[in-house]
Write a protein that binds this ligand. Structure first.
Ligand code: BV8
Length: 245
């Protein structure tokens, strides 16, 4: 039995499945990854880890909005690919008693593909959050030239509703992801270099609690030595075969 047949068999007999995705699941939709090709994304000469940092929000909120408006403009032209759709279809099929999608991505493409209530660990690029009262607003309802956006509730400035480097994640989301990882029978890790903490703990928790861990990635990653089945391929090619009914 080859690797994908083994993975398909384990998934077919599972009732509780968790999928963790990273930037690679959106690569075939045209969204650039962060660390692809060994170099980190840079913009205006600054690496993205510096642009997407808590410190930059304090130092230069208008620049942070320029950076995320640029990122949204890139995502605006992107559609979900066969990988996103295979994940959404597997959830909607009802084949699994528990189906949890946890994503590190902020591009919103899982929701666009039809996934229901994904756990967006790093937030969502299409929303703004008030710096003072935490009010959330969809950026589609805010004029593009209102930067930083003004909170309609308390009139303070708003920031992108994403988790930046050196910021804590939403505790409820992280705990939910950890709990589901501890319960799942199969954990499928798609398109992530698995270098970003604490998202990279999810497959480790699943493995520790006895789950089968399946990796889908064209390249070897830090996680590869840990997984049970490593599928060298892209999300758009592999996921329809892995998750198809
Ligand atoms: C926190 C939103 C507590 C913003 C993001 C030193 C050691 C360990 C940890 C740390 C450290 N120093 C600092 C830390 C903590 C830090 C961290 O982990 N840093 C890393 C870089 C070492 N983490 C944090 O800061 C987190 N918060 O820990 O809070 C705390 C508090 C105070 C002080 C300290 C700690 C917050 C992390 C969240 C950051 N926000 N995104 C934005 O997007 O701008 S993370 C960012 O990276 C994206 O969300 C991205 O998704 C994520 C992870 O990257 P990947 O998704 O894996 O993407 P990548 O490009 O790396 O890989 C793509 C993969 O796809 C590749 O493997 C490629 O082969 C594959 N691929 C390519 N094409 C395809 C494909 N796969 C399938 N199909 C294809 N077609």
């Amino acid at each position: 039995m080859n690797a994908i047949e083994e993975a398909v068999e384990r998934i077919a007999s599972a009732t509780r499945v968790l999928i963790l995705t990273g930037a690679g699941v959106s690569a075939e939709s045209g969204v650039p990854t962060f660390r692809g090709g060994g170099t980190s994304t840079a913009w205006r000469g600054m690496p993205f880890e510096q642009l997407s940092s808590a410190e930059m929000v304090k130092r230069d909120l208008p620049l942070v909005w320029e950076w995320f408006d640029y990122r949204r403009s890139v995502v605006a032209g992107c559609e979900p690919n066969a990988g996103h759709k295979a994940i959404a279809d597997a959830q909607i099929s009802g084949r699994f008693q528990e189906f949890t999608l946890v994503t590190q991505n902020i591009d919103g493409l899982h929701r666009a593909a039809g996934s229901i209530d994904p756990i967006e660990l790093h937030g969502n690029i299409h929303q703004a959050r008030c710096l003072s009262c935490g009010h959330l607003a969809s950026l589609s309802e805010i004029p593009n030239d209102e930067r930083p956006p003004v909170c309609p509730e308390c009139f303070d400035s708003m920031r992108p509703h994403v988790v930046l480097f050196f910021e804590g994640l939403n505790e409820d989301d992280l705990l939910a992801a950890y709990e589901k990882a501890a319960r799942c029978e199969v954990c499928i890790v798609v398109g992530t270099s698995a270098v970003v903490y604490p998202a990279n703990m999810i497959p480790q928790i699943a493995k520790r609690e006895g789950a089968t861990v399946v990796e889908v990635n064209p390249e070897e990653t830090e996680l590869s030595p840990l997984v049970d089945v490593s599928l060298r391929g892209t999300a758009g090619e592999v996921l329809p075969r892995l998750l198809g009914a």
